[in-house]
Write a protein that binds this ligand. Structure first.
Ligand code: KG4
Ligand code: ZN
Length: 336
C-alpha cells in the first residue's frame, strides 16, 4: 500500500511516499530555518505563510521522486495534531482538498505517533510493545507503546520540554537557532563536569521531568559570571547543561524500564538526534542488556516519511478522517 503523507506542524513543509509503513519511496523537506533564524525561534505567522507557498511543489516533488502518479497512491495522510495551529491547517486543508479531488481516503496522524514510527523505517525488525522516550521541541514523554496505535504515557514534563529547555538555554548562551542542535554541534566535546547543575525531581512522580530549574541555573551562571567579570566557557557550559538534561531523561527512562520490565528501548523526536542523549541511552542499554532502537539522524526531526509510516498502521486499525477533519493545536498521544 502506497501512502502520500504531508507534514506541516511546525517549520518544515514535508511530503513523502511510503510503502507498507516501512519503505520510503521519497521524502521531501522544505525547511524554513533560514527564515526564522533572525528571530531566534519559530514565528508562527511566518511559518504558516511559508507552508502555504511551499506545499504544492513539495507534494509534487514527492510524487516525482517516488516515480508515482496520484493514481498510484492508495491513501493520503496528514499531521493534524499537535502543533502550531496555522501551520497544521495548511497541511490539513491541502490534504482534504487532494483527498476530495482524487477520491482517496485520508488518514489523520498524530505528530508524536509519527515521531515514534520513524523507528519502523530504519529498524525493520522493531515491533511493539516497547518503551519509548519521545523528546521534541514541544514534548518530553516516556511512553509505553502497547501496539502500533495504542499508547500509555507514564512520564511527562511539568514545565519545559527537553528541546525547549535546550533551545532556551542555548539562546541565553548566544548560540543561534535551532539552539539544541547548535549546542550539540558546538559543545558536545566540552568538559561536561565544568559546571554543576541540580538534579530536578518531581515529588511522587518518579518518571516525570522538570527542566525550568535547570534553565534558570544556566541564566544565573551567565549573569553571575558577567557581574564578576569572569570568563564563561560556552563549550563547557553547554556540555555540562546537556549532561544535566540528558541525565534526567535517561535516569527516568531506566527507572521506568526496570519497573515495567521492558527490554526494548526506543528514542524518538528531534532531541533524539542529540549525541549526548544517544550515548547515555546506549550505555544504559548495554549495561542492562537491553536492545536499543534509534531513528537515523535524518528521521529524528520533522519529516513526512514518519507520517506515512504511522499512517499505514492507523489505516489498518480503521482510523480514517472525513472532510470535517480539523487541525488541533494540543492533543494527547492516547486520544483514541
Ligand atoms: O521533533 P522536532 O523536530 O520538532 C518538534 O516536534 O518540536 O524537535 C525540534 C527540537 C528543537 O528543540 C531542536 O533544538 C531539537 O529538537 N534538536 C536537538 C538536536 N537536533 C534538534 N536538540 C539537541 N541535540 C540535537 N542534535
Ligand atoms: Zn516534531
Amino acid at each position: 500500500m502506497k501512502i502520500l503523507a504531508i507534514e506541516s506542524s511546525c517549520d518544515e513543509t514535508a511530503a513523502a511516499v511510503v510503502e507498507d509503513g516501512r519503505t520510503v519511496l521519497s521524502s521531501v523537506i522544505a525547511s524554513q530555518v533560514a527564515e526564522h533564524i533572525k528571530f531566534g525561534g519559530v514565528v508562527p505567522e511566518i511559518a504558516s505563510r511559508y507552508h502555504t507557498e511551499a506545499i504544492s511543489s513539495v507534494v509534487s516533488q514527492a510524487l516525482t521522486d517516488a516515480s508515482c502518479k496520484l493514481s498510484d497512491i492508495d491513501a493520503l495522510a496528514v499531521t493534524f495534531a499537535p502543533g502550531l495551529i496555522g501551520a497544521l491547517l495548511v497541511g490539513v486543508n491541502f490534504a482534504k482538498g487532494l483527498s476530495y479531488s482524487a477520491g482517496l481516503p485520508l488518514v489523520p496522524v498524530h505528530h508524536l505517533r509519527s515521531h515514534i514510527a520513524a523507528n519502523y523505517i530504519c529498524n525493520k525488525d522493531l515491533e511493539p510493545p516497547f518503551l519509548c522516550l519521545v523528546v521534541s521541541g514541544g514534548h518530553s514523554h516516556i511512553i509505553e507503546v502497547l501496539d502500533y496505535t495504542h499508547f500509555n504515557i507514564i512520564g511527562r514534563t511539568h514545565d519545559d520540554a527537553a528541546g525547549e529547555a535546550l533551545d532556551k538555554a542555548a539562546r541565553a548562551m548566544g548560540l543561534p537557532y535551532p539552539g539544541g542542535l547548535n549546542m550539540d554541534k558546538l559543545c558536545a566535546d566540552g568538559d561536561d563536569k565544568a559546571y554543576q547543575f541540580p538534579r530536578p525531581r518531581v515529588d511522587n512522580c518518579p518518571y516525570d521531568f522538570s527542566f525550568s530549574g535547570l534553565k534558570t541555573a544556566v541564566l544565573n551562571t551567565i549573569h553571575n559570571a558577567k557581574q564578576k567579570n569572569e570568563e564563561i566557557s560556552i563549550k563547557d557550559l553547554g556540555a555540562s547543561y546537556m549532561n544535566a538534561v540528558t541525565r534526567c531523561l535517561v535516569e527516568n527512562l531506566e527507572a521506568a524500564a526496570n519497573e515495567l520490565g521492558y527490554d526494548k528501548i526506543v528514542l524518538a523526536g528531534g532531541v533524539s538526534a542529540n549525541s549526548v542523549l544517544r550515548k547515555k541511552t546506549e550505555d544504559f542499554c548495554n549495561r542492562t542488556n537491553r536492545k536499543l532502537y534509534l531513528p537515523q539522524l535524518s528521521l529524528c526531526g520533522d519529516n513526512a516519511a514518519m507520517v506515512g509510516a504511522q499512517a499505514y498502521f492507523e489505516y489498518k486499525s480503521g482510523n480514517k478522517a472525513g472532510l470535517s477533519l480539523n487541525a488541533i493545536a494540543s492533543l494527547p498521544i492516547d486520544y483514541i
